[in-house]
Write a protein that binds this ligand. Structure first.
Ligand SMILES: C[S@@+](CC[C@H](N)C(=O)[O-])C[C@H]1O[C@@H](n2cnc3c(N)ncnc32)[C@H](O)[C@@H]1O
Length: 466
């Protein structure tokens, strides 16, 4: 593969290109570099940059400099696939690296055995061919354009960039570190660059799970021992342990990655082993009925089966409907008697299945006791509210790993009426950020709020992987 790098400071690449795997890849003829210094593109007395137009300070690289630099690269190695770096670009992750690696065409460096071949790249353990349209596109090398100062004149990106990449939502001083991050990520996907291809394929972010924990000698270090199983010599057992540990680490560190990685059924089953049991309570008691007045609300039949159906979808173990009032309990039990009967089952099987998890209850303490009876430990209580309350206890919809790590069952409490009483909020361990739209209408039904909360907390988020 041939790679041109257009930069203000080629010296930044001196040790990078001469070190470790990048140097080895160059030595093996798998990759060849062409460094282009922007100032070499200047005419006598010309500068590479100009002050930005309009109010404000800062310098912008001149379009003509990039134009000449690109022309010089294409004169040397023909048409290049041009990658620009900008914090406003597509955020690089392993998926994007795999997609880009699939698309990169190698155009024979002199000593490469793959001269004029399309390099095959490893994706999830398989060697795959790049996309058809890329094969047709005739790119013969990669051109990395690294900006500095205030960045690039926007017209240059608009005109030339085939891809604009960001290394994350922060700003560094120039495109050279982003280019080196890109090179380290992409080159290791080209077979032959990293010694053992399996080590690339089993890395974090190549499946729904992060990499498993790894150990090396000594057996004991700072009172920490390598787990017996790892030294047992039983390869099948070690493999099983590693996969489970990878699932555990992912759930407890990067649940956000897991839900966005289109996990297989097997991966879901494994992850579930490390997600604590979840419960839901809908409070009709200890509720704000008017401003500052605490009381009871009535049970609604829609809340029984709609929330039960959401609970079934997201794997909630029990859905407690909490009311202190005897006549309300009677109504609830009558309803449940039907839906838990053969008649209810024959009438609507999926509703029958959902309603099995509904448990009548008369107070929050009763709910906690019932969970403790099943789990031998009290649940962590996460209250929900339509308003921002008790800021110190707030968690957001990205806090799952932090909560799952605590290894305790989780109880979500939803309110009716005007919301949960102060007493219930104080008893809770955490309060979830409110569900909000971009309007000031703040009256979601509790059924809708429960569905949104459960989906954001435990839902998978399918993405289309091209
Ligand atoms: C100081 S930055 C300019 C930032 C630009 N004014 C903005 O706010 O989007 C200078 C150059 O560094 C590079 N750069 C900075 N942060 C980056 C990031 N997170 N990802 C990729 N490139 C980055 C880009 O090439 C950028 O043009």
């Amino acid at each position: 593969m041939k790679i041109s790098i257009i930069t203000v400071f080629p010296e930044i690449y001196e040790s990078f290109l001469k070190t470790s795997l990048v140097a080895r890849a160059t030595g093996k003829g798998l990759v060849e570099f062409n460094l282009v210094r922007m100032s070499d593109m200047c005419k006598p007395k010309e500068h590479i940059d100009e002050p930005t137009c309009g109010p404000g300070t800062g310098m912008i690289i001149k379009p003509e400099i990039i134009e000449r630099a690109i022309e010089s690269c294409e004169k040397k190695w023909n048409k290049g696939f041009k990658i620009f770096f900008s914090p406003q670009g597509k955020k690089l992750d392993q998926r994007l690296f795999q997609k880009l690696a699939k698309n990169i065409r190698s155009y024979g460096s002199t000593s490469s055995p793959r001269t004029n071949d399309i390099i095959k790249v490893a994706v999830r353990g398989e060697l795959v061919e790049p996309y058809e349209q890329i094969k047709k596109s005739n790119y013969s090398h990669l051109i990395l354009v690294c900006s500095r100062y205030e960045g690039m004149d926007v017209r240059v990106e608009e005109y030339y960039a085939d891809e604009i990449l960001s290394i994350g939502d922060y700003v560094v001083m120039g495109g050279d570190l982003p280019a080196q991050v890109f090179l380290e990520g992409i080159l290791r996907l080209i077979p032959g660059v990293v010694g053992k291809q399996e080590s690339v394929e089993q890395e974090s972010f190549t499946s729904a799970f992060l990499d498993c924990p790894e150990y090396g000698l000594p057996v004991e270090w700072k009172d920490k021992k390598i787990p017996e199983i790892v030294r047992s010599g039983n390869h099948a057992q070690i493999e099983k342990w590693r996969t489970e540990q990878a699932a555990k680490k992912t759930v407890q560190k990067r649940f956000d990655w897991f839900v966005l990685s289109n996990p297989s059924e097997k991966e879901i089953d494994l992850a579930k082993k490390f997600i604590p049991n979840h419960y839901v309570a809908l409070m009709h008691t200890q509720i704000l009925v008017k401003k500052d007045q605490v009381g009871n609300t009535s049970i609604t039949s829609l809340d029984i089966h709609d929330i039960a159906r959401s609970c079934a979808t997201y794997g909630i173990k029990n859905y407690f409907m909490v009311t202190l009032l005897k006549d309300q309990q009677k109504i609830l039990n009558k309803f449940l008697d039907f839906w838990k009967s053969q008649e209810g089952k024959d009438y609507n099987l999926s509703r029958f299945v959902a309603v099995q998890r509904v448990v009548p209850s008369f107070s929050l303490d009763d709910v906690i006791a019932k969970i403790k009876e099943q789990e031998n430990v009290e649940p962590l209580i996460i209250a929900t509210s339509a308003r921002d309350v008790l800021a110190g206890k707030q968690i957001d919809f990205f806090s799952q790993s932090q909560i799952f790590k605590l290894n305790r069952p989780v109880l979500f409490i939803f309110g009716t009426g005007h919301g949960l009483s102060e007493k219930v909020l104080k008893k809770s361990d955490f309060i979830l950020c409110p569900v909000k739209g971009m309007t000031d209408y703040n009256h979601l039904s509790v059924r809708s709020a429960a569905a949104i909360v459960l989906d954001r907390w435990l839902g998978l988020n399918s993405i289309i992987i091209e």
